[in-house]
Write a protein that binds this ligand. Sequence first.
Ligand code: SF4
Length: 231
Amino acid sequence: MQHAEISADGLRVFFDALYQAYGPQHWWPIQDERNPRFEILIGAVLTQHTAWTNVEIAIGALREAGPLTAEAMLAHDDLAGLIRRAGPHRVKAERLRALCRWFVARGEFEAIEALDTATLCRELRGLHGIGPETADVIALYAFDRPRFIADAYAFRIFERYGWSGGSRRYERLREAVEASADRHADPVFYDELHALIVAHAKQRCHKRQPDCAHCALAEVCAYASAAIAAE
Ligand code: SF4
């Protein structure tokens, strides 16, 4: 399949078609409006390799056990037990502790907001269990930084759409999207773009047997065009 360069206009067409199909996604889903940004911070770790329904249960258990703050997370005797439903809970408890220790040591939201985006993401990636995707999720949703989340859903859809060939390198795709986005591509755009990509991957562009017949992108998608040509 031929691959084309991502362009600002192409990105807008892609975004608009998905927005038209699925509407606003209202991410990030928050349970406790009193401390939403901290909930995003820990939710980004809890959601690694785990369905969101399990993350909601884990956050609910943490809320019942005390306030959703870094200090409370670090004080829990059995943090792993509280987040048991969120996959490998002992590993994630260690990751949450590392994140919370950094958060407190760095001066919490007020001081961390002063960091430039590259420094913020680099420091997050330096923490135990925080890779580029989780770092960018935190940067985008908790700190309003314009970062494209180049997750597995984005690779799958972009490859089929005709935008991304070759090796699946996170930074390559993130940088390609951010470099081609127009000047209006702000955090609100990236927030919605990521949420729409997730919705599209779950509802139409499945891993196996994508539902091209009902896809809003079918007319401009390389995979769908190739399938029609082969008929
Ligand atoms: S047309 Fe098919 S392959 Fe292309 S984005 Fe839509 S569902 Fe995915």
